[in-house]
Design a protein around this ligand. Structure first.
Ligand code: ATP
Ligand code: MG
Length: 436
């Protein structure tokens, strides 16, 4: 018999089917045993009665997370008899149970509130919880929508390298790697140089890239290994064009996840993000003024939270762009706004209190870029590879980078970005705790 998925059972009422999955819960009621069985499509309740004597003996052995294959008859069931989280309308009357895999006793009941360390110490188990499945279902949908939207806007996806010869950001701490011939390589802190190079062949290019940052601080928004949704586009007038592409992409992503996963927002006690016709844009100066703060070269985390509250209240938006950061606070390749020097054409996108994206128009002229490197004390000789892109003709261009984990975390209002990362790496762990 072929396997039927749980969410196809309502169409199979009256038929005998085979289902397979994990035991979520076992409930004993006198002579009956009820099991909630989880597969990739959902959870269904099955009932084992003394009529199926052999199956009942097997059922008595079952515990949470055992993997089983069950044959039985699909029956319609009144809505009010449905267990929480289980698909409504049907249950399976069990005839046969085969055990595919036995689970050891669980260290705690899945779905109970555990602290983040316990969660992370037991990921192969805790990732199976309804909460984690929701988070990574959402993340997968975000990733899919992001890609679709950029492709529809004329972007070509490419793969950026994770091993690089130098640090692209020239600031973010990089991990060193022993390479061949006694050379030191680094783990990429950004795909920045490569996506700019890809403007040469494609005009519009994007990548989903791993970035590695040796962040010594332990915060709720920093990982040692993060995933960036990066794009770069040529033939722009200024930074407003990449901002518009980013806005289109974010809007499409929000629309898709709202359509497909409204139930997840509800389970996380939040709603789909507020997305006005146009995301508000504030200069750094105006943002700080709005908050009654003195002029400053950057925003503090509490300023980011406060300006997002302002945008929500005054502009009905969960997103807000901040522009015109001082050029010297941004990466060396950032284009300066000639009419507002020393301010730049860089921007950040804040979402529900947190920076999720940074972008800018970039310097595209070879001589200007070399001069900027010299200004910053960077040796152009070390960037000769990257500089070829400019030597051989590159149009005015710009782009941006969205942190997938931060975007996912704020989408569901999860306080710690680590929970929005399937296998987070931080100062204290690579899978297992490093201090042990
Ligand atoms: P922050 O100032 O918050 O540390 P950043 O400005 O250094 O971040 P960018 O270089 O602008 O980060 O990277 C682009 C995006 O990538 C960020 O907006 C963020 O969403 C994400 N990102 C960067 N570093 C990390 C990290 N260590 N952990 C998780 N996400 C990150
Ligand atoms: Mg940034």
């Amino acid at each position: 018999m072929e396997r039927t998925l749980n969410n196809d059972l309502p169409a199979a009422v009256g038929k005998t089917v085979k289902i397979a999955g994990w035991v979520d819960v076992r409930r004993d009621h006198g002579k009956l045993i009820f099991l909630d069985i989880r597969d990739r499509s959902g959870i269904v309740q099955v009932v084992v009665t003394p009529k199926a004597a052999e199956a009942l003996e097997t059922a008595k052995e079952l515990r949470a997370q055992w993997v089983v294959e069950i044959e039985g008859e699909v029956k319609a069931r009144p809505e009010n008899m449905r267990s929480e989280g289980a698909l409504g309308g049907v249950e399976v009357g069990v005839q046969k149970i085969a055990i595919l895999s036995r689970a050891h006793e669980l260290p705690f009941e899945l779905g109970t509130d555990v602290n983040i360390d316990t969660h992370l110490d037991n990921l192969p188990l805790t990732l199976r919880s309804a909460r984690s499945r929701d988070i990574f279902t959402m993340q997968s949908a975000i990733l899919g929508a992001y890609r679709t939207s950029l492709r529809e806007q004329g972007f070509t996806e490419f793969i950026a390298p994770a091993l690089v010869g130098g640090d692209a950001e020239g600031g973010a701490a990089a991990f060193k790697v022993d390479y061949y011939y006694d050379q030191t390589a680094y783990l990429a802190t950004s795909p920045q140089f490569y996506k700019q190079i890809m403007v040469g062949p494609f005009e519009r290019a994007f990548t989903v890239a791993k970035i590695f940052r040796a962040e010594k601080s332990a915060t709720t928004r920093h990982l040692s290994e993060a995933t960036c949704l990066d794009f770069e586009m040529g033939f722009i007038e200024n930074e407003r064009e990449p901002m518009k592409v980013l806005e289109n992409t974010i809007r499409y992503t929000v629309e898709q996840v709202t359509k497909e996963h409204g139930d997840i927002f509800a389970r996380f006690g939040t709603t789909a993000p507020l997305m006005p016709a146009e995301i508000p844009i504030l200069t750094l100066k105006d943002a700080l003024q709005t908050l009654g703060k003195a002029e400053a070269p950057d925003m503090e985390p509490e300023d980011e939270r406060a300006i997002c509250e302002w945008a929500k209240k005054e502009k009905d938006s969960d997103f807000v762009f901040i522009t015109r950061y001082p050029t010297k606070k941004r990466a060396f390749y950032t284009y300066e706004e000639p009419s507002e020097a020393p301010y730049s054409r860089g921007f950040d996108l804040l979402f529900r209190g947190l920076e999720i994206n940074s972008g800018a128009q970039r310097i595209h002229d070879y001589d200007t870029l070399v001069a900027r490197m010299n200004d910053r004390g960077l040796d152009p000789g070390k960037f000769s590879y990257y500089l070829q892109a400019f030597k051989y003709g590159l149009p005015p261009h710009g782009g941006s980078s969205t942190g997938l984990e931060r975007f996912t975390a704020r989408m569901l209002e999860i306080p710690n970005v680590k929970e929005a990362t399937a296998f987070p790496r931080d100062i204290n762990r690579i899978d297992t705790r490093l201090s042990e």
